[in-house]
Design a protein around this ligand. Sequence first.
Ligand code: NAP
Length: 306
Amino acid sequence: MTVIYDRVALIGLGLIASSMFWAMKRGGLAGEVTGYARSAATRDTARRIGLCDRVCDTAAEAVAGADLVVLCVPVGAMGAVAAEIAPHLKPGATVSDVGSVKAAVIQAVGPHLPDNVHFIPAHPLAGTEHSGPESGFATLFDNRWCLLVPVEGTDADALDRLSRLWAGMGANVDTMEADHHDLVLAVTSHAPHLIAYTMVGVADDLRRVTDSEVIKYSAAGFRDFTRIAASDPTMWRDVFLTNKEATLEILGRFTEELFALQRAIRTGDGDHLHAYFTRTRAIRRGIIEAGQDTDAPDFGRVKAVR
Ligand code: NAP
């Protein structure tokens, strides 16, 4: 147990901030952790469940004297939060974030920060469809990636320190350039979420036609889409508004592939379908071999017993 930062401030107290708090406590990585959320209801919940050593009523109070400040709010709110805390930051402090999009956050936050702090954007590739202060847990980041996105001229010691914090919270740490991050995440996370939202929306329209049978006989494929499509609407609205170009690029390619598969179905081209599904099956094997998912049937789901 090595303390990496004496004082850490978490701004926004939802799934990611609360998981960071429990993971830092588990590893003994921070001296004192302060927290702030905009609503009194969230601050009250945090106090009730012991989330943060000290919950503050203003962001200014939370960041005062902090060695590390982590912005854990939706991407669209990052700029306003940065402007609010900027005058209260300790010289030499590191400011980071956990936003799912990086270029837009750098643009929104960077200009507000004074020259005497280190700004190191970050993105833990870990989450669930739940949100809020009570949804966090200490093991969320275990064996998941955390991508650090250092801007030009980033201090090597500050970067190393933040890397050690994420490693201490269980993550595998890597660095990536912002635009590349946004393209990779458009493929691996953002476009798949949009497709899931769309499929569940289509099923919802059809529900009226099929008289609720879509829900009653919900099978694995659709059920898995509904889990993804239950993700926080504010967070995902902001992801698509701020990672517009990369997401549209990937959706364009997706549409082309979809048309090709549609044609194969219409023309009865079984070879095309079989070759395609063989290629995609190999990708699933690669994810399991990389330790990023379980090989257990049905994603290791425990069957609900009634
Ligand atoms: P969350 O559970 O919904 O919590 C969001 C927090 O931000 C809440 O404390 C909320 O305050 C606050 N907030 C919301 N809108 C705000 C605004 N306009 N101004 C100031 N504060 C605001 O969210 P989360 O899942 O922890 O996500 C936080 C960040 O992590 C997002 O940028 C997201 O992109 C990123 N991220 C999420 C995941 C995931 O799977 N969930 C994974 C990786 C990264 P109140 O409670 O007071 O309303």
